[in-house]
Design a binder for this molecule. Structure first.
Ligand SMILES: [Zn+2]
Ligand SMILES: [Zn+2]
Length: 191
């Protein structure tokens, strides 16, 4: 099974301003279709509305390229507790800082460190840059650890599998070791 693999033809190519030009901000956006969804950490995530990505990049100084990456989507999958369909709107932006791998901070740059940025080392800067890895990373970073149909989803009864959101199934009072009954009621009461 594929797990968190970047889709084929996943490219986000942007033309760079000349390195001496620290004024120009290049903006570009994409509407992505993720028709097969993503299998990540054992969960299937679907994106029926697709995914919107936009970037704004500029040379912070001639050796440092900043890329502000914004991503917005709605992710749909199974509720981690009751397996019903669950969805979550996600959006965030991340600030990447691209620089050459042999860069010496404070010597080649005015900036003393990459603090506050997500650093990306590159071998060289060409006329264009492909932001594929960072868009993919951003998408995975923003996926929820687990989806819930609602915050207080009661889940399924471990005994009979009934959906406890529909009401109690009647298992609670019958199951379990009677020696734990006192403990159980204690935990319940103290809540
Ligand atoms: Zn649920
Ligand atoms: Zn039950």
């Amino acid at each position: 099974m594929k797990s968190g693999l970047m889709p084929k033809n996943w490219h986000f190519i942007v033309e760079l301003p000349p390195r001496s030009d620290c004024e120009t901000v290049v903006e570009k956006s994409w509407d992505i279709h993720l028709t097969e969804g993503i299998l990540f950490e054992g969960q299937r995530f679907l994106f029926p509305e697709g995914c919107f990505v936009s970037v704004a990049l500029h040379w912070l100084e001639p050796a440092l390229l900043t890329v502000q990456l914004f991503l917005r989507t709605e992710v749909v999958g199974e509720c981690a507790r009751c397996l019903a369909e669950a969805s979550l709107a996600i959006q965030d932006d991340l600030m990447y800082l691209y620089h050459l791998c042999d860069l010496e901070w404070g010597k080649d740059t005015r900036l003393e460190s990459d603090e506050g940025f997500l650093p990306v080392e590159v071998e060289f800067f060409g006329r264009t840059i492909d932001l594929a890895d960072q868009v993919w990373e951003t998408l995975l970073l923003l996926l929820p650890i687990r989806l819930l149909c609602k915050e207080d989803c009661r889940g399924l009864c471990p005994e009979c599998g009934a959906d406890l959101n529909q009401g109690p199934c009647g298992c609670e009072r019958q199951d379990g070791d009677p020696r734990f009954a006192v403990l159980g009621s204690f935990i319940f009461d103290s809540d």
